[in-house]
Design a protein around this ligand. Structure first.
Ligand code: AMP
Ligand code: MG
Length: 368
């Protein structure tokens, strides 16, 4: 497989029409792959509810292929522990448990829950894995095609709180029968990190783990340079921008990707835990971070927080938001993310803490 063919599968989001704002040089810092290196790719389906692409640039074909198989196993292992779609996962067992019963958890699940609890504080409650009861209410509303009542929402909201879940030395205890968690906004990132650790330990020259458009890459790309990642247009099919990244994770969330339709209106699968309603203002949020778990968490958090969340990002984490709808949208990014975008930059791009946009964003063109 060539580098060019692989790139078509790399990406998380998409966007359209563009004018040049400024030139940004792209440094090639990674070690070039020797011409003898093999570009190995492995595709898998049915992992974390989506498909994945695993790539290794390896000097030794056999050990590279073995590393890819083990990386896939690492992803499936995380899914088996944390998916709410699997009845025997640790999270499903915790969700079914009665109040006061301690549920034993693996170190991995405990680590993700700990990170999620910290993220709830850091995002001022916007990222909250305990909001599963609210997500269930909206999912059921989608199935019956009728908005939930205020009473239903109030009842669910009362069950959503970290006050109802205590993390112990060996697991977790719920303090309310109705408390439930959903790691759908963070476990994929954690799994990607676990798979990258497997690849990196195999001493490959570079690698990429892409699960449904969320990805992390490291080392050299198939052409010996930095990895090229597409941000998709949330309103169309084409690319909004391309990023050049070295060792980094890129995750995208947004209301364009998954939603329920009720009474002719689309509602995002991402819940604003503070209002109890689906988050609506952010069409897509793309986050670049050293780790996929961090990028995954903040892409979901920014889908709730919009611009305000850019000021809450941890050091070393950058983001690009597409706000609004197809006929009235804005694109905002951090300075760090702007420096990763290949020319041409999206028209009207507003850089937070940077210069004013050269052009105003206009309506997005179809398929442009
Ligand atoms: P993502 O696609 O990474 O943004 O994750 C979305 C998933 O995270 C949803 O399908 C829910 O399972 C879960 N989720 C929804 N809203 C939130 C929230 N506010 N905080 C944390 N997880 C959420
Ligand atoms: Mg997420």
């Amino acid at each position: 497989m060539t580098g060019r063919r692989i790139r078509r599968f790399v990406g998380g989001t998409a966007i359209v029409a563009i004018a040049i704002l400024t030139g940004v040089g792209i440094r090639q810092t990674s070690r070039p792959a020797p011409s003898s290196a093999h570009v190995l790719a492995r595709r898998c389906r049915g992992v974390m509810g989506t498909s994945c692409l695993l790539v290794a640039i390896a000097e030794d074909r056999e050990s590279g292929e073995q590393a890819l198989r083990e990386a896939e196993a690492a992803l499936r292992h995380v899914e088996a522990l944390m998916s709410t779609w699997l009845d025997d996962s640790e999270i499903s067992r915790l969700n079914r448990a009665a109040a006061g019963t301690e549920v034993a958890l693996s170190g991995e699940t405990a680590e993700v829950l700990g990170a999620a609890r910290k993220a709830a504080r850091d995002s001022e409650g916007a990222f909250d894995v305990t909001c599963r009861p609210l997500a269930d209410v909206w999912r059921r509303a989608g199935t019956r095609g009728v908005r939930p009542s205020e009473a239903e929402l109030d009842e669910a909201r009362a069950s959503c709180s970290w006050d109802h879940i205590e993390l112990t030395d060996s697991g977790a205890v719920k303090h309310s029968d109705d408390a439930r968690v959903d790691l759908g906004g963070v476990a994929k990132g954690y799994g990607i990190d676990a798979a990258v650790r497997v690849l990196a330990a195999a001493d490959v020259l570079g690698g990429l783990i892409d699960v449904g458009g969320d990805l992390r890459c490291f080392g050299t790309d198939p052409d010996g340079g930095r990895w090229r990642v597409e941000i998709k247009d949330p309103f169309g099919g084409g690319p909004l921008a391309h990023l050049r990244v070295g060792d980094a994770a890129v995750c995208t969330s947004g209301n364009y990707a998954r939603f329920v339709e009720i009474e002719g209106r689309r509602y995002s699968h991402i819940i604003d835990p503070r209002s109890g309603r689906p988050a609506g203002a952010v069409a897509s949020a793309t986050v670049v971070a050293p780790h996929a778990m961090t990028a995954d968490i903040w892409a979901t958090a920014l889908s709730v927080l919009a611009n305000r969340g850019l000021g809450m990002l941890p050091a070393g984490v950058d983001a690009l938001l597409v706000l609004g709808s197809a006929d009235d949208f804005r694109i905002v990014c951090t300075q760090g993310l702007q420096s990763m975008i290949e020319e041409p930059l999206p028209a009207g791009l507003l850089v937070v803490g940077g210069r004013e946009p050269v052009t105003e964003a206009g309506p997005m063109e179809d398929g442009g």
